[in-house]
Design a protein around this ligand. Structure first.
Ligand SMILES: O=c1[nH]cnc2c1ncn2[C@@H]1O[C@H](COP(=O)(O)OP(=O)(O)O)[C@@H](O)[C@H]1O
Length: 175
């Protein structure tokens, strides 16, 4: 996945106008901008589509979100990571960095649970969860455990946030 410019986690991709190009060509174009690699995408890689939520309750959205999944070898993934941080035109602007998803739970509750407790764009968290299940990348009970634990993490971090807030407050009062 990637850390986006807005501080949210999401998948590489972007807007495509289907009257100008096919969805697959548009996705390949976006991937080139964000990952620095021209990955061929075919209609067979398409797994899901849904109406994107409207930006405000009173507006209606004509946006449809399409999700594609492509299996890659580890070497190819390493190559993408390298290019994403060097040649990709969006690096450091639209995209702040690629991140790997930890597909494990550590004994002290680390790994996938804290990853899932981050903030995601749109329905990216559900897209991740659905993909992990669809591709049999993690046992459903492990995923369930991580999701259940991730729900409890925010209350836990609130204390640290509060402390950080107080430190900025103290610094502000100096000037
Ligand atoms: O990973 C994702 N999952 C689901 N929706 C996403 C994801 N990334 C972006 N979106 C949605 O897709 C739309 C276009 O995203 P973005 O602003 O990244 O496109 P752009 O790269 O063409 O500017 C936005 O409405 C955003 O909410």
């Amino acid at each position: 996945m990637q850390m986006r410019f807005d501080g949210l986690l999401g998948f590489p991709g972007g807007y495509v106008n289907p009257s100008e190009e096919t969805l697959e060509a548009g996705l390949s174009r976006e991937l080139l901008e964000e990952l620095g690699v021209a990955l061929p995408i075919s209609a067979e890689d398409h797994v899901d589509c849904c109406h994107a939520p409207a930006s405000s309750p009173s507006s209606t959205s004509r946006l449809i979100s399409h999700f594609y999944v492509k299996k890659m070898e580890e070497e190819q993934i390493k190559e993408v990571e390298k290019e994403a941080a060097s040649t990709a035109t969006d690096h450091g602007q639209e995209v702040l960095g690629m991140v790997r998803v930890p597909l494990y739970n550590t004994k002290n509750g680390g790994g996938l649970a804290p990853f899932l407790s981050h903030s995601f764009i749109g329905n990216a968290r559900s897209q991740l969860v659905d993909s992990l299940l669809r591709l049999d990348m993690i046992a459903p009970e492990e995923l369930h455990k991580a999701l259940a634990h991730s729900l409890k993490i925010h209350t836990h971090t609130a204390e640290d946030l509060q402390a950080a807030l107080m430190r900025t407050e103290a610094k502000r009062n100096w000037f």
